[in-house]
Design a protein around this ligand. Structure first.
Ligand code: M6R
Length: 353
């Protein structure tokens, strides 16, 4: 039930700190974050992980690749489910297929699962729904414990996916110990909470820049680029504003031609090493009349940034930088008086290919 909330989407955004804490609880055994040893061993023994997913789950998979490679030391490829069936790449010797699906019912993912099972490859499903098709048919399952996600626009499943993949990454590699993992995820929960306490700010940004616009851009570099992709998907699916997520450095290779007076461009800046370069892209956009908004991490922020987020572990920034973009999408759709929980032409789970 929605309770005091006007929409499920807003409720589910607000639930995210709680979901992160529940994931910590659910995966904690004997004072340590743990995952079934057989699953950990299977992932460790594989020579490459193939993440297969669609939509928001695909975008979470892009972050998963960063985590599994940086923290877990495991090579990862991320594939759009509906493309993998036809454009199947050359697969490594000992692959593990990781299906990321909130509903566990996405037909595009199932088609890949059927195909790889015939080839004798191992599979693991990361899902929010126990007993769902992808969970039943894969060799192993990891649960998100996010609670039912009702709004068509996926929010808490995205962060839950990233949190569970963080735990998996820490357990297969040796770059993050148990205390650190627990500590860093707890910080994330607290920081998300403080972002959710700033709703008026996101309402204001959406009202000012997105109420009447026809298009919008999210830009970022490095891990922020993947956040930009998810931020753009969220905004377009519920506000119907044509929105694209771009690698900030690519703007000058074509896209900047689209910037005109008043075009909203929202930059995500969470990493020290890309800070100055992304900021110079923001300046380029501004000098062409674009309306720029910067979402940054405190330690690398500048006074003029509209959204400043407390610092978290550098590889876990997507867990927090995504939240302002979810709220901006929500308020943009609210200002445009749209059906937020049930956007046109969309279904919660897509059971046709
Ligand atoms: O249930 P799944 O995670 O497999 O669903 C995948 C996509 O259909 C889903 O994430 C979709 O993109 C959402 N509407 C995005 O908010």
């Amino acid at each position: 039930e929605k309770g005091v909330y006007p929409h499920f989407m807003l409720k589910e955004i607000d639930e995210q700190p709680f979901v992160i804490r529940r994931i910590i609880q659910e995966y904690e055994k004997d004072g340590k974050l743990q995952i079934d040893q057989e699953i950990v061993d299977t992932v460790k023994e594989s020579d490459r992980i193939y993440i297969i997913a669609a939509g928001t789950s695909y975008n979470a998979g892009l972050i998963g690749k960063q985590l599994l490679e940086k923290i877990g030391n495991k090579p990862v490829e991320v594939h759009i489910a509906s493309e993998f069936v036809y454009n199947t790449p050359i697969v490594s010797k000992k692959p593990l297929f990781l299906f990321v699906s909130q509903s566990g019912e996405t037909a595009d993912c199932r088609a890949v699962l059927v195909k790889i099972k015939k080839l004798g490859y191992k599979s693991l499903t990361l899902t929010n729904v126990e007993g769902s098709t992808l969970s039943r048919e894969a060799d192993y399952t990891l649960l998100l414990h996010a609670g039912p996600e009702i709004a068509v626009a996926s929010t808490k499943a995205y962060t839950a996916n990233i949190a569970v993949l963080t735990i998996l990454s820490a357990l297969i590699g040796d770059n993050m110990n148990h205390e650190e993992l627990h500590h860093e995820l707890s910080i994330v929960a607290t920081v998300i909470e403080s972002i959710c306490d700033e709703k008026e700010l996101f309402d204001e940004i959406a009202g000012k820049y997105l109420k009447d616009t026809r298009n919008c851009f999210y830009i970022g570099r490095h891990i922020d680029y993947y956040v930009a992709l998810e931020a753009a998907l969220k905004l377009k699916e519920i506000s119907y504003i044509q929105t694209e997520g771009f690698a900030a450095g690519e703007l000058k290779h074509g896209t900047i031609a689209l910037i005109e007076k008043g075009t909203p461009v929202i930059a995500v800046i969470s990493q020290d090493e890309i800070n100055l370069n992304t900021r110079s892209n923001v300046k380029e956009v501004k000098s062409r009349g674009g309306n720029t908004v910067v979402i940054s991490q405190k330690s690398i922020s500048q006074k003029t940034d509209q959204v400043i987020i407390d610092d978290v572990h550098p590889t876990l920034t997507p867990l927090v930088t995504i939240v302002p973009t979810q709220l901006i999408a929500y308020y943009a759709a609210l200002h445009r008086d749209l059906d937020i929980d049930k956007p046109r032409n969309l279904a919660k789970s897509v059971t046709v290919e």
